[in-house]
Write a protein that binds this ligand. Structure first.
Ligand SMILES: C[S@@+](CC[C@H](N)C(=O)[O-])C[C@H]1O[C@@H](n2cnc3c(N)ncnc32)[C@H](O)[C@@H]1O
Length: 275
């Protein structure tokens, strides 16, 4: 299976950006982690694979639960920070859907906001299914679509600043895409071989200071970051002005932003019967 144009774009998108991710959107992605570990049944001694570990948020919490954690990511700068944040984990370089890991070698796997970053989601989940033992469990989170309010706010800011959306960004091939709903994610898990599928929508308020929230896109993180990096300095100043205006309504008395967001959290199992 060759990497898609979408995967190539992802590799360049994350290259060297671990610190920028950690200082901005990693805190947003951290919210579902305890529920994700619960849904995968992470308990002392369990052999857990954290796929797309990023800067190691999930791996670090799993280590405090005394799981035996292998954490992998496709981006070297992420691995460096993951090793720092989860020193008890075995952190390795690996890229979905070609994990260099043995069949049936894990009791559980988690992927926190990763399946929405791969060019072939079914192939990625099928590869995770391969490395889980019969009866093993998986839990995954992704952003839902239509986008939640916190993410929509970026669109409103770019619209207010009259920034046109690029038309050349790689998209998933239509035959590999899936609806970003509980039904869509559940169906994807089912066609990747999983059973006992369950999906919930998590909604929460993300509290962040305005400079951290801006720093993600300002350093190229996420779709707003891709867009911002293509603008000239005057346009970036204009976007920043609209950012300040439009986020004002979300500031609490301490000046922190309170942004409502939501994500899908699904869990599933590998059939207990081998083969
Ligand atoms: C939004 S970040 C989430 C990181 C982490 N799970 C967390 O909760 O903070 C997505 C991560 O997935 C990694 N990633 C994207 N595509 C991948 C692939 N095909 N194989 C492995 N990792 C991948 C990226 O390098 C990045 O670290």
């Amino acid at each position: 299976m060759a990497a898609t144009a979408f995967d190539d774009h992802e590799r360049s998108h994350w290259a060297g950006r671990a610190a920028a991710y950690h200082g901005s959107f990693a805190a947003l992605c951290a919210h579902p982690v305890p529920a994700l570990l619960d849904a995968a049944g992470v308990a002392p001694g369990i052999r857990l694979l954290d796929v797309g570990t990023g800067t190691g948020t999930v791996a670090a919490l799993a280590c405090t639960r005394a799981a035996q954690v292998v954490a992998v990511d496709a981006e070297p700068s992420m691995l460096e920070l993951a090793r720092r944040h989860a020193p008890a984990a075995d952190v390795r370089h690996a890229t979905l859907p070609h994990l260099p890991l043995a069949n049936d070698s894990f009791d559980a796997a988690v992927a926190n906001f990763v399946i929405n970053h791969v060019g072939d989601p079914a192939a990625a989940l099928t590869d995770i299914h391969r490395v889980l033992r019969p009866g093993g469990r998986i839990s995954v989170s992704i952003w839902r679509y239509p986008s939640p309010p916190a993410q929509q706010l970026w669109s409103q800011i770019f619209d207010a600043a009259n920034v046109e959306r690029p038309t050349d960004l790689p998209r998933l091939d239509p035959d590999k895409d899936f609806p970003r709903t509980c039904e869509g994610l559940s169906h994807l898990l089912g066609r990747s071989g999983f059973t006992h599928i369950r999906c919930d929508t998590l909604t929460w308020t993300h509290h962040t200071d305005p400079e951290s929230w801006w720093s993600g896109p300002a350093n190229g993180i996420g779709t707003p970051g891709v867009l911002l990096q293509r603008q000239d300095p005057n346009t970036i100043d204009r976007v920043r002005k609209h950012y300040d205006d439009l986020t004002a309504a979300y500031r609490d008395p301490d000046g922190q932003l309170a942004l409502i967001t939501s994500a899908l959290l699904a869990s599933a199992a590998v059939s207990a019967q081998p083969g």
